[in-house]
Ligand binder design. Structure first.
Ligand code: GAL
Length: 459
């Protein structure tokens, strides 16, 4: 499972100072430089996890230090410049036992799937207070807040170590967290933040390991309303389901005791069937997959995967990719349709100022948002008619039906309402076109590659 250290398994360096690291199975280019007489390795700033790694040389051995994780790797290169990880964990922290205790009582928050914006895909590690304020203003001006996108979450990259008293500190990009929190609240937005149960986050920033209660209190004091808690380096310390549940529960309980209502968002990529137990550790939503990407294959794989029905919270299919530029409007509509039919959190992640008019329309579609937020939160019934996937969701009033084409071809199917277990409605409204029409007893749909049609059935 990803997140278990060492994240780096192999490394190659050429004599001219260029090379690559194997991180989580991916080959990441690095360049070597010398600063203050010691080697420094650096990934490209565009890398998924940009890193600057300080090194020391001792005879033939290169020691790489990941400052935030507190882990050191020793590498001995052979003549061809190849090195396997020789040793690690010079200073690796020791796991504190975190036995699973009684269920955390519900905080009563997130009664509908949370909606908002998260910095990760649009800004990555470039986030600063200033950019987040600009995004927050844009969410208001562009009508996204009023459409329901209210949580503004700083993902990885805001942290800057700890003070002498152990208090977690923001980095230079965030001069004053409580003031940022107030600014968001004044705009009618919620303040979200990110941490990890491990000593370091996935991008090697300070995690909450060993400081859970103190961090929960700090976040409460800053006015935080939402915490995304990402497994990352905790995988080096905790391996079993019991251990994972215990350490998430430690933060869940700390948040409940912090005196502030804080939505708790678990991120452990769906391990150990989390929909069954996420709420017992205080979670309100939990990721059920690895990271979504701005590619059709990723949307399809995550969107169509089956998961256990969530108990007491929401299955998080990860963020909306709309506005990031990798897909067509047709495909972005299909992501939105699938997420809404599955009652998934709707968290956009591009810089909203980059949205085209049509993408903004997709994100603010009232029928689609109402389907997502419907209070019944009924699981979809899946049918397949010919090559068309037909999903039916019972709503508090009526039903929604989504026709989805996950293939590369134009597909067509004839059907009746009985085929999909429904009584013949009087009228339908097409969520994407807004067209209302009388419903005929038998009809056909034709869908372009990756296209979706979503109908609301009206009596
Ligand atoms: C991943 C997580 C992403 C993002 C990233 C930050 O593990 O799934 O959503 O938070 O870490 O480093």
């Amino acid at each position: 499972m990803r997140g278990i250290l060492p994240v780096i398994s192999r490394m190659r360096m050429d004599h001219d100072g260029a090379g690559s690291l194997h991180m989580w199975g991916d080959e990441v280019p690095v360049t070597a430089d010398v600063r203050d007489g010691q080697p420094v390795l650096e990934t490209s700033p565009d890398a998924h996890f940009p890193l600057v790694i300080r090194c020391t040389v001792n005879g033939d051995v290169l020691r790489m230090r990941f400052t935030n994780v507190g882990v050191e790797f020793d590498l001995t290169f052979d003549r061809a410049g190849e090195a396997e990880i020789a040793a690690h964990a010079a200073a690796q922290p020791v796991a504190t036992p975190a036995p699973v205790g009684p269920d955390v009582t519900t905080n009563g928050l997130a009664t509908a799937p949370p909606m908002g914006w998260n910095s990760w895909y649009g800004l990555r590690l470039r986030i600063t207070d200033e950019l987040v304020r600009e995004v927050a203003d844009a969410l208001v001006e562009m009508g996204l807040r009023d459409a329901g996108y209210t949580f503004v979450t700083l993902d990885d990259g805001w942290q800057g170590g700890r003070g002498a008293d152990g208090e977690i500190l923001p980095n230079r990009g965030f001069p004053d967290m409580p003031t940022l929190g107030r600014k968001l609240h004044d705009l009618g937005l919620g303040f979200g933040i990110y941490s990890s149960p491990g000593p370091a986050t996935c991008a090697d920033y300070t995690g909450s390991f060993g400081y859970e209660e103190q961090d929960a209190r700090t976040f409460a004091r800053w006015g935080v309303d939402f915490l995304k808690y990402d497994w990352c380096s905790a995988g080096a310390l905790y391996r079993t389901e019991e251990e994972m549940r215990g350490i998430f529960q430690r933060m869940g309980r700390a948040l409940r005791e912090s005196g502030r209502p804080i939505v708790f968002s678990l991120c452990q990529y769906g391990a150990f069937d989390v929909p069954r137990w996420g709420a017992t550790v205080g979670g309100n939503l939990w990721r059920v997959s690895y990271d979504v990407e701005d590619r059709w294959e990723s949307i399809e794989a995550i969107g169509f995967a089956e998961h256990s029905t969530p108990v007491g919270g929401w299955n998080d299919l990860d963020m909306l990719q709309i506005g990031l530029g990798g897909l067509s409007d047709v495909e972005y509509r299909t992501q939105m349709a699938i997420w809404a039919m599955r009652s998934a959190p709707l968290i956009l992640s591009c810089d909203p100022r980059d949205l085209s008019a049509s993408e903004l329309h997709i994100l603010t579609n009232r029928d689609i948002i109402a389907i997502d937020q419907d209070p019944l939160a009924a699981p979809v019934e899946r049918h397949r008619i010919g090559a068309v996937d037909v999903w039916v969701k019972r709503l508090r009033v009526g039903h929604a039906v989504a026709f989805l084409n996950r293939t590369e071809d134009v597909v067509e199917a004839r059907m009746t309402w009985e085929h999909i277990g429904l009584a013949h409605p009087a009228r339908t409204r097409d969520a994407w076109t807004g067209v209302e029409a009388p419903a005929s007893p038998e009809w056909s749909v034709a869908l372009a590659a990756h296209e979706s049609i979503v109908l609301r059935l009206l009596s």
